[in-house]
Design a protein around this ligand. Structure first.
Ligand code: COA
Length: 317
């Protein structure tokens, strides 16, 4: 499998750290130094499916493909206003595709999970062209009174077009059940038969625990995919990592003992856009001419679950 097109859609509203400090006991200095985030872009007037369809159309255009060329659409999303139908089925109608669609939810690891699923379909010969969209609006499931979590997130969509090829060398995903460190319990409709405490909660996070688990699991996954490819860390040209906290990225980098130039980041502008961070950063690096044919890329992500994923891809779009 290989990636032949990328696309991004960012919402219009820029929310700086100072804007959050107007209603929350926080400040730009704390957020910038502890996370690396300066601002995030949030959904205000649009719907998430607008962003998802926009990112998808741009990815198709960059791949030189039509929506009707796609054999499958996978959309990674944690939560949006539709529980059903799937976000992917709404996008299918907007972009005028005709293929089957489904959504996945593996939190911030969703891009890696989507790649893994797409690879299985493409390798089996069942499908040839797959559109993978990551569309997220974490601003709508954070508690905007919780300074520990809401400052971290931004909304956005990123998409890639995948097809047969020799790009993907190795992909791994893992899960270690830790439902209490990072979760969002959505309110369901009342039922006359329910006799239990529903305990609805906006996003809850044990920040320090997530931080430690993120660094150890991502470092472990990255070392594992690299060694399973018969490589050493310095063979990788660019690490396109999940953008959650600049200190997490830097700790992973230090464990691998590699230079900063190999770890691009953009969370100063967007914050953590959940599963959309990697396709957005990939698109940005491609447009900036930082990736050339033959380069070895490593993607790695982690998120609620606790879920993780990593892969090695030789760039030959
Ligand atoms: N502004 C100002 N102060 C804040 C704050 C904010 N936004 N958030 C927390 N604080 C305070 C805390 O109350 C605490 O105060 P205290 O010492 O008086 O008790 C102090 O800052 C230190 O808090 P702590 O939680 O120890 O900070 P930290 O260095 O661990 O950073 C996170 C907090 C959330 C930024 C960090 O733990 C993190 O990024 N974790 C990973 C989260 C993540 O990536 N989640 C998504 C995974 S996909």
């Amino acid at each position: 499998m290989r990636i032949i097109g990328t696309g991004v859609s960012i919402p219009e509203l820029k929310v700086t750290n100072d804007m959050i400090a107007e209603f929350l006991d926080t400040n730009d200095e704390w957020i910038s130094t502890r996370t690396g985030i300066k601002e995030r872009k949030l959904i205000s007037t649009k719907n998430l499916f607008h962003l998802a369809a926009d990112a998808a159309s741009k990815a198709l255009e960059s791949a030189g493909k039509k929506a009707t060329d796609m054999d499958l659409i996978i959309c990674s999303n944690v939560a949006n206003s539709y529980i059903t139908p799937s976000l992917s089925s709404i996008v299918q109608g907007i972009i005028k595709a005709t293929c089957p669609c489904f959504d996945i939810n593996n939190a911030c690891t969703g891009f890696l999970t989507g790649l893994d699923i797409a690879d299985a379909y493409i390798s089996s010969g069942k499908y040839k062209n797959i559109l993978l969209i990551c569309a997220e609006e974490p601003s709508r499931f954070c508690d905007w009174g919780d300074r520990n979590a809401c400052i971290l997130f931004g909304d956005a969509a990123g998409a890639v077009v995948l097809t047969e090829g020799e790009g993907l060398k190795k992909i791994i995903t893992t899960t270690a059940s830790m439902p209490d460190v990072l979760y969002y319990r959505r309110k369901l409709e009342p039922s006359p038969f329910v006799k239990k405490d529903e305990n609805y909660k906006a996003l809850q996070m044990v920040g320090k625990e997530v931080f430690k688990t993120a660094v150890t699991s991502s470092t472990r996954d990255i070392k594992r995919v690299i060694s399973e490819c018969g490589m050493v860390p310095s063979d990788v040209d660019l690490f396109v990592l999940h953008q959650a906290n600049l200190r997490i990225i830097d700790s992973i980098r230090q464990h691998l003992d590699l230079p900063e130039e190999k770890f691009p980041h953009n969370l100063d502008k967007y914050g953590n856009t959940s599963s959309a961070t990697i396709p957005i950063l990939l698109d940005e690096q491609l447009k900036a001419g930082k990736i050339k044919n033959g380069d070895i890329l490593c993607f790695s992500a982690f998120g609620a679950g606790f879920s993780t994923g990593a892969c090695i891809m030789k760039w030959n779009a």
